[in-house]
Ligand binder design. Structure first.
Ligand code: NAP
Length: 430
């Protein structure tokens, strides 16, 4: 006599819609195209996902690291997942949820790198394939520097956001330019909101989207140091560019960026976070920072630089080297204050891509020009590298770091591995 057919249980991979900030990193990272999205949610196709975990380390919030045991025949379809505002609870008759991927993955979930095969293949500006750019390869560190302070994460969530009051909103870019970038200062009053340089926060814009659902949170890197935009105050600053075009170049009004750029002093905003536990700065005083950014990707670099400037008075001796790219000098956020920093404090190298009458120059070009000094830093075990800004720059920057290392007698593949292992190469690109 035949026994009952065996019941197959699936440990189904799901994305928490309450935490996800819709940054698209998981979809770009997935090597088997199991992740997709609509205008509301990012979801995982149960029949395609092979639980390879490639998407887990790059996710900035940890929303990706969710699992439910389900009967295979009853796996949640992507249509069901598109309709969710929150994750379903585990059905106890099917079994306890598969353990989350564990501490390593949770830590990694806040990692900042993106292993993006399509971007690597695109490598439009550089043309060359970056070694190790396969989709299964995590390209940046998934651990923080050994001397980083311990961050607080997820103190405030979609269900329990906090509020902050706008105490400043200034345009950073020349009024004559199309690029409208703002420096926005938010004060938390008496609510605890501890953040470290390199972390980000989520802003919940008011209102609803066309389908009647509340807007999801948008993530912004904090541009101020841990002790506040104004030292000793419970406030943070953000660097926000008003979005007026989509990736295809068509006119659009970015929901959250326009909301933020139009805020007035005294307005109150809804905030969640903080997020991020690896893109953090080292705290040992002889550590060096090699910072490479474009546009608003300068936010965490400003935070780290300002922290080091304040701390310098207390004995930090490590070097700061900055490569900063923008279309023109007028569109470079923080140009004035940056230029006022002493040359013996920070070695600043700017690259402008659209200065009339000048050839296009990217941060990679500036790095090549300073190759011996970059190599000097690469050779030093106290150097920590931070890359933040446009997704497209990631390939070019890794390429040039490799070129410089090889040209100065360092085996790049081995050094790259070491930098990642030691939490000394951090990538945050969108
Ligand atoms: P942008 O003005 O569009 O670009 C800045 C510069 O980067 C321009 O000179 C641009 O040159 C250049 N660039 C373009 N492709 C490049 C490549 N492959 N390699 C090197 N340089 C390249 O920048 P943005 O609009 O400010 O965008 C910055 C990015 O940072 C956004 O993707 C944003 O999401 C991200 N980010 C922002 C924050 C934040 O807190 N606000 C935090 C983290 C990351 P051309 O355009 O002239 O070619």
């Amino acid at each position: 006599m035949n026994g009952p057919a065996p019941v197959e249980i699936l440990r189904q991979h799901l994305i928490d819609p309450e935490i996800c900030i819709r940054c698209n990193t998981c979809e770009e990272t997935c090597p088997v195209d199991a992740i997709t999205h609509d205008g509301v949610n990012y979801v995982v196709k149960a029949d395609v996902c092979n639980a390879c975990m490639a998407c887990v380390p790059p996710c900035p919030t940890g929303a990706i690291d969710n699992w439910r045991n389900v009967l295979k025949a009853e796996a949640y379809s992507i249509e069901e997942q598109f309709g969710w505002d929150e994750l379903p609870t585990q059905n106890p008759t099917v079994g306890a949820p598969g353990a989350s991927s564990g501490a390593a993955a949770s830590t990694a979930a806040a990692a900042s790198s993106g292993a993006d095969a399509s971007q690597a293949a695109a490598a439009a500006s550089e043309g060359d394939e970056v070694p190790g750019s396969g989709s299964d390869m995590v390209r940046g560190a998934t651990v923080p520097p050994w001397s980083a302070a311990r961050p607080y994460v997820h103190l405030y969530t979609h269900k329990t956001p906090t509020t902050a009051t706008v105490v400043g909103n200034y345009r950073l870019t020349d009024a004559a330019t199309e690029s409208d970038i703002h420096h926005i200062v938010l004060d938390f009053g008496t609510m605890p909101f501890p953040v470290l340089e390199g972390q980000s926060i989520g802003i919940l814009p008011p209102g609803k989207s066309a389908d009647g659902r509340t807007h999801h949170a948008r993530q912004y890197s904090v541009a101020s140091p841990r002790d506040g935009e104004r030292p000793g105050y419970n406030n943070v600053s953000l660097t926000v560019k008003r979005v007026t075009r989509d990736y295809g170049g068509n006119a659009t009004d970015g929901v959250c960026s326009n909301y933020l750029c139009d805020l007035k002093k005294g307005d109150v905003v809804s905030v969640i976070g903080p997020f991020g536990s690896t893109f953090l700065m080292p705290n040992h005083p002889n550590s060096h920072l090699l910072m490479i950014c474009t546009g608003t990707g300068s936010a965490p670099m400003r935070a780290m630089t300002e922290y080091r400037r304040r701390r310098r008075l207390k004995g930090a001796t490590g070097k700061l080297m900055l490569f900063f790219g923008a279309r023109t000098q007028q569109e470079l956020p923080y140009f004035g204050p940056l230029m006022n920093l002493p040359k013996d404090f920070i070695d600043t190298n700017l690259a402008f891509s659209r200065t009339p009458g000048q050839p296009k120059r990217y941060v990679q070009d500036a790095m090549r020009e300073r190759a011996p000094d970059v190599a000097h830093l690469l050779k030093d075990g106290n150097t920590h590298i931070y890359v933040c800004g446009l997704k497209g720059m990631e390939d070019g920057v890794l390429q040039v770091l490799g070129e410089i290392a090889q040209a100065h007698g360092m085996a790049w593949e081995a050094l790259w591995e070491r930098l990642k292992r030691e939490g000394r190469l951090h990538l945050e690109t969108y």
